[in-house]
Ligand binder design. Structure first.
Ligand code: PEP
Ligand code: MN
Length: 365
């Protein structure tokens, strides 16, 4: 997937910012004016058709908002970008002179939708950004990019917006950076932007996620900015004010984007390991939270912390699973012994320190 990509041959990251949704003319112009003043934005974003999880929520203003984008483009000399999910959306965007398009996570996970959009894109010259699908399926993401590429679109970039959190996490969408890095390793010429807003899900974590993206040499950012985030009709928690956007852009350490400073393949593998270790530790944290609950249950029911049959069952199933993925079962045994030992001692400590409800001394008083 080689790129003929004027947007990204600039030795500096591409910055896209703007509200999650176009809500009103005032909101759009206030935001665009403030962002244009910072001089740090390459394109103004706004969703005009919003893919909502449940019906009955704000679904965007469609064509009315496309008209605002056209005016913003002219008034502030800012290229504008919006999300499309159907060939009809594409047709409307072309009618209003929208400069760039992105395909949202829910659409990029559906090959039928992507095929329809790709067919409609034939013969059109417009940059297209493809967000990762909600599930952590790199092949599906690559498939969507390939389908768009096969339609003849020359400027294509990926947007990493994190993956559906099947477990609780500090993130709204778990970054699983190793997947974005794998995409970079396989397609070194494909620019990848990071969307820290949808990864973080909370305005307070935007900076950290964006900095990490620059540390792993991502090629730009798409950030949600709203003049008044508390009253935003969509994604209120994660949107930041234009002022905060400006501060964050000043604080971010941008690595030199020239090719000779790109991380080596070894560095990229190490970054993947870092991301996986981070997730391993998060998962262990979750495992130990459950250990506490088990300790509480055993205490209430006067059960022993260590139960031999349960231990045998753990090692048997995990060793079989280890073998199935090509890991040495002895290594997994040692790892489990270590985890189990800690789990038992955590449970023992917990059972000694807490009092079962029936024996609560306060109750006897
Ligand atoms: C968005 O950018 O506002 C959006 C809907 O994103 P995603 O497709 O990543 O959920
Ligand atoms: Mn959003």
């Amino acid at each position: 997937m080689t790129q003929n990509n004027e947007l990204f041959n600039r030795n500096k990251p591409l910055i896209i910012a703007g509200p999650c949704s176009a809500e009103s003319r005032e909101q759009m112009f206030e935001c665009a004016e403030a962002l244009a003043k910072t001089g740090k934005v390459d394109a103004f974003r706004s969703g005009v058709w919003k893919p909502r999880t449940r019906p009955g929520q704000f679904e965007g203003l469609g064509e009315t908002a496309l008209q605002w984008l056209t005016e913003i483009k002219q008034q502030f000399n800012l290229p504008v970008i919006t999300e499309i999910a159907t060939p009809q959306h594409l047709e409307k965007c072309l009618k209003y002179g929208i400069d760039m398009l992105w395909i949202g996570a829910r659409t990029s996970g559906n090959p039928f939708s992507i095929n329809e959009i790709a067919e409609a894109l034939r013969g059109v010259n417009i940059p297209v950004f493809v967000k990762n699908p909600p599930n952590p399926d790199l092949e599906l993401w690559i498939g969507a990019i390939e389908r768009i590429k096969n339609s003849g679109i020359r400027t294509i970039a990926a947007i990493h917006r994190g993956f559906y959190p099947y477990r609780t996490s500090i993130y709204r969408n778990i970054p699983q950076w190793e997947i974005a890095i794998e995409l970079k390793i396989r397609y070194p010429d494909l620019p990848i932007l990071c969307d820290p807003s949808h990864i973080a899900g909370d305005h307070s974590r935007i900076f950290d996620v964006a900095q990490y993206a620059f540390d792993i040499m991502m090629n730009g950012l798409m950030i949600e900015v709203h003049p008044n985030p508390e009253v935003a009709k969509t994604d209120a928690l994660q949107q930041i004010t234009p002022q905060r956007f400006n501060e964050i852009m000043n604080l971010l350490q941008v690595r030199n984007q020239t090719s000779n400073s790109t991380p080596s393949v070894l560095d990229q593998y190490r970054m993947q390991i870092d991301s996986i270790d981070y997730q391993l530790i998060e998962l262990l944290g979750k495992r130990f939270e459950i250990s506490y609950k088990i300790a509480e249950f055993k205490k209430q029911n006067r059960l022993a912390p260590f139960q031999i049959n349960r231990w045998k069952q753990i090692i048997e199933t995990r060793q079989r699973q280890a073998e199935a993925v090509g890991l040495n079962p002895d290594f997994i045994l040692q790892l489990l012994q270590c985890i189990h030992k800690e789990s038992i001692s955590v449970q023992n400590r917990h059972m000694q320190n807490s009092t079962p409800q029936s024996e609560d001394p306060n109750k006897k008083k």
